[in-house]
Design a protein around this ligand. Structure first.
Ligand SMILES: Nc1ncnc2c1ncn2[C@@H]1O[C@H](COP(=O)(O)OP(=O)(O)OP(=O)(O)O)[C@@H](O)[C@H]1O
Length: 346
């Protein structure tokens, strides 16, 4: 359907993520990638920073700064923070928020209420037209899979708080599933392990760093130690300790099994002729969680299908939303549901 809006309307794609929000502007590419956080002053509730600046503030003046994370497991947990954060982010990306057409990714398991909350937040932030697309479908577009061809294309997107898996063919989704579990759950598992195994607590930044530098989805050949400072729960004193990569492998393995089960469920529901395409062409891993060391090897072993990590996997969804907003008429099978339910004219 032709748009009623001016040809000057700007096409924007947004990956509103649990950990990171990325914005794609047509003709410019990804223009913003910032942590999904907002900081307010505890004394007067005023917004003092958004994104990376908000995270940085917390380390400098923690007693007066309150951090808000608008999304939990890919779902809006605080509507007004989401709306404010989106408005702020958009104003950083474009000169005027007057004429924006926005495509935004949502997990396949998002309820109509959750989708409506996203759409409302996007409209409140200034959009004149807004559309939704399933996260995994956006990821497939973002890594240029031939989703229009009569072949099976499979994507696994592992974000901070959600995992989205989809099988696409002929411009539509054949099977898709999502789970409220992502790479931040690896951090939670590590935190629990340190507490129960060693009586040690440490900050979130340290846990993230140990996962990124020493975490692994497969048993590491070299069992390196990651040294960090933690506080003993028994005496409250700071001490240095090390966690081995083999320990991280075992700890991360527990939430990873749930992701593998989700992928197997999608494969079970996939028609045999499309499954044969997957055997030949493989599965693509996207999302920041795809960067976990050895993840492609683990999935290849466990699924018996070639699995590869996309280049710049954390950007796939944002790029895909940018492609989808420009090609929205051609992609009506992927964005149609959102249009039918939510499209509004101002
Ligand atoms: N090397 C790595 N190993 C494991 N996880 C990683 C690595 N690098 C980044 N990550 C994780 O990637 C996540 C961010 O990825 P991404 O931006 O795709 O998620 P998101 O869009 O914010 O979340 P969601 O889609 O679940 O709402 C963070 O939780 C981060 O810990």
């Amino acid at each position: 359907m032709a748009s009623i809006f001016s040809p000057l309307t700007k096409n924007i794609g947004i990956d509103l993520g649990t950990s990171t929000t990325q914005v794609y502007v047509e003709g410019r590419g990804i223009v913003l990638s910032e942590p999904s956080v907002m900081a307010t002053d505890e004394r007067n509730s005023k917004i003092i920073a958004v994104g990376r600046a908000a995270e940085d503030l917390l380390s400098r003046s923690p007693e007066t700064v309150k951090l808000h994370r608008p999304l939990v497991h890919g779902v809006i947990a605080d509507y007004s923070v989401t709306r404010t954060m989106l408005g702020y982010i958009l104003s950083k990306c474009v000169r005027s928020v007057q004429r924006l057409r926005i495509m935004i990714g949502v997990p396949s398991a998002a309820s109509n209420v959750e989708k409506r909350a996203v759409m409302e937040a996007v409209y409140q932030a200034g959009a004149k037209e807004a559309f939704l697309i399933e996260t995994a479908a956006a990821a497939a577009l973002g890594v240029n899979l031939p989703v229009y061809d009569p072949v099976g294309n499979m994507v696994i997107d592992i974000g901070g708080g959600t995992t989205n898996v989809a099988m696409l063919s002929l411009g539509g989704i054949v099977v898709s599933k999502s789970l409220h579990l992502g790479s931040l759950d690896f951090n939670a598992a590590i935190k629990d392990y340190l507490r129960y195994q060693y009586d040690i607590v440490t900050d979130d930044t340290t846990i993230e760093e140990m996962k990124v530098t020493n975490g692994s989805a497969i048993l590491p050949l070299e069992d390196r130690g990651y040294y960090f400072m933690g506080r003993g729960l028994d005496d409250g004193l700071q001490r240095e300790m090390a966690i081995k990569s083999s320990e991280l492998y075992h700890v991360i393995g527990k939430p990873l099994i749930k992701i593998l089960d989700l992928v197997k469920d999608v494969l079970r529901e996939t028609p045999p002729e499309l499954a044969a395409d997957i055997m030949e062409h493989g599965i693509v891993l996207t999302g920041g969680g795809a960067k976990l060391k050895g993840l492609d090897q683990l999935f290849t072993q466990e699924l018996g299908v070639p699995v590869m990590v996309a280049p710049e996997p954390e950007l796939a969804v944002a790029k895909g939303t940018g492609i989808a907003v420009a090609d929205r008429d051609k992609l009506s099978a992927l964005v149609e549901g959102a249009q039918r339910i939510y499209r509004r004219r101002f």
